[in-house]
Design a binder for this molecule. Structure first.
Ligand code: CA
Length: 243
């Protein structure tokens, strides 16, 4: 059973989500505004939440602010953001703020449940892969290149200077690029393998992730040496560039 926080001010939608998530066996709490959500998520004495379903449009503090504040507090609970359909800029804003996945409203309930399950599974898997004896043989616990180490168990990127906390999806994207290192990885393959999306989705969200990852891993993000753009196709991760 997972503990899920639903942040939604529309009563009927919040009730519907609670009912269906509880029917799936989750324990659900509802917050009707952003302030309450941040309070519930930052209260260390309570049982932590395993995932958050976060609406963008909220009274007072909006969803973008909520997820940004959580990440600033170093709370990396998986966040599924509910955005307004036809507003791709919301998707980019959500990812930039630190959301892990998004779903445009109005959504089909089975799709929301599947996405949430995906986030919970990945979290479970990442937590498990932190324990060596349970690690899947194909998984990388840590991966080092050019003075940087990515720790997939702790969701950390360590450099000589500092340690950067990664979100779940940043770590998943890095894992996919590393597993296919030195090869071209298409945006479609990233959408399918990292996000589990098979429909036509705006791939600009991926580019946005890549911009962030470059800030973490490149010495000069404007002139990337490791995370290269392959024009018209996708990306290529090169751990040891030959110049
Ligand atoms: Ca709302």
């Amino acid at each position: 059973m997972s503990r899920v926080l639903v942040v939604e001010d529309e009563t009927h939608l919040a009730k519907g989500l609670r009912f269906n998530l509880e029917a799936e066996g989750h324990s659900v709490e509802v917050a009707r505004d952003g302030e309450t959500a941040v309070q519930l998520l930052s209260n260390g004495s309570r049982t932590p939440f395993d995932a958050v379903v976060l609406d963008v449009m909220l009274p007072g503090k909006d969803g973008f602010t909520v997820v940004r504040e959580l990440r600033e507090m170093r709370n990396f609970v998986p966040v599924l953001m509910l955005t307004a359909r036809g507003r791709p800029e919301d998707v980019l804003k959500g990812f930039a703020a630190g959301a892990d996945d998004y779903l445009p409203k109005p959504f089909e309930l089975p799709i929301l449940l599947a996405r949430l399950q995906g986030l919970l599974r990945r979290r479970e898997w990442l937590i498990q892969s932190a324990t060596p004896e349970q690690a899947p043989a194909s998984g990388y616990e840590t991966f080092s290149f050019d003075g940087r180490t990515i720790d997939f168990g702790k969701l950390e990127l360590r450099t000589d200077e500092n340690t950067i906390q990664l979100t779940l999806m940043e770590a998943e994207l890095l894992r996919h690029l590393i597993a296919n290192r030195n090869k071209v990885v298409s945006r479609k393959s990233i959408l399918e393998n990292v996000w589990g999306l098979h429909e036509d989705t705006d791939t600009r969200a991926i580019d946005n992730f890549v911009v962030r990852l470059r800030k973490y891993i490149e010495r000069n993000p404007a002139k990337p040496q490791h995370l290269l753009t392959v024009r018209g196709v996708g990306y290529r991760f090169v751990p040891e560039p030959v110049d």
